[in-house]
Design a binder for this molecule. Structure first.
Ligand code: ADP
Length: 265
């Protein structure tokens, strides 16, 4: 990888000594590259459905197409495109709210199991389409202190990735380990995995391992995990990832148990 460095030199003590300051702009540069790529993809992604809608409006107003035809031929396709478009926009909104620090936590007692089940429910069409097996190793009820909506986003984004990046016929396992201090929620897949050099960057905004614009499951924004990371930090939790290329990936969310006494101030 190319480095982007800026070097400043100052003479000290009557030209006897030189102070060198080296600024490493590589991370900033990376971020900018990721962002440029994202902008290109996002604009394209937003324009596609808009173009379809535009064509439909034109055809319809010129009476070249009937409502029946619109309904039967265009709707299924259009619905998918609009879904992707709204997902992109809500991801962007979420991220910008998080960055602005205006999302607060509404902490409640939440049944983690229920959230996991709901997420799987919503992803069932994709899971069945790819013939994935989903194994749950999670108690029937596990109450934690969390913001239910944010917890939903966290679990959804991670499981959605597991589905997205696991080929036909693969396995996804979701489980919970508990010890004295923590509840650990883990999500494991037998998917394509993440190269070691990318592992610490997947939580960066707009970062994607593969640069291809879309896959069969739609647009990949590189936003999901950066939102996950922010929400997890906001809760005071941590996230860990382990992965092997062509073997699979495991995410762990470490949720500290509240200690008596601290909890009640
Ligand atoms: P997106 O999936 O929209 O690209 P994310 O922020 O959710 O964005 O993920 C960032 C990148 O991390 C993905 O582009 C992908 O390369 C990689 N990644 C995330 N989860 C997995 C996984 N379970 N298996 C393999 N790669 C993954």
């Amino acid at each position: 990888e190319k480095k982007y460095l800026e070097v400043e030199a100052f003479y000290l003590s009557g030209n006897q000594e030189v102070l060198l300051i080296i600024n490493d702009y590589t991370p900033l540069h990376r971020m900018e590259e990721n962002f440029k790529e994202f902008l290109g993809n996002a604009s394209h992604e937003l324009r596609t459905p808009l173009t379809s809608i535009q064509i439909l409006i034109d055809l319809f107003s010129e009476k070249k197409i009937t409502l029946d035809e619109i309904y039967n031929e265009f709707f299924p396709h259009l619905r998918k495109e609009v879904e992707r478009m709204s997902k992109l926009v809500s991801n962007l909104l979420n991220l910008s709210r998080l960055e602005a620090g205006v999302i607060d936590l509404q902490l409640k007692e939440v049944n983690l199991t229920e959230i996991v089940m709901e997420v799987i429910d919503r992803l069932t069409p994709h899971i069945s389409k790819k013939n994935l097996e989903v194994n749950l190793k999670i108690p029937e009820k596990l109450v934690i202190n969390a913001d239910p909506q944010h917890l939903d986003t966290i679990v959804f984004n991670i499981v959605e990735n597991a589905v997205k990046y696991t080929p036909q016929g693969g396995l996804i396992e979701i489980g919970v380990n508990e010890n004295e201090d923590n509840v650990i929620l883990w999500i494991r897949d037998t998917g394509i995995g993440i190269p070691e050099k990318d592992l610490n960057r997947i939580f960066d905004r707009f970062y994607r391992v593969s640069k291809s614009r879309t896959n069969e499951d739609g647009f990949s924004t590189g936003l999901g995990l950066s939102i996950v990371k922010k929400l997890i930090e906001r809760h005071g939790w941590t996230i860990r990832v382990e992965s092997k290329v062509n073997k699979g990936t495991k995410f762990e969310i470490i949720i500290p148990k509240r200690k008596e006494g601290i909890e009640n101030g």
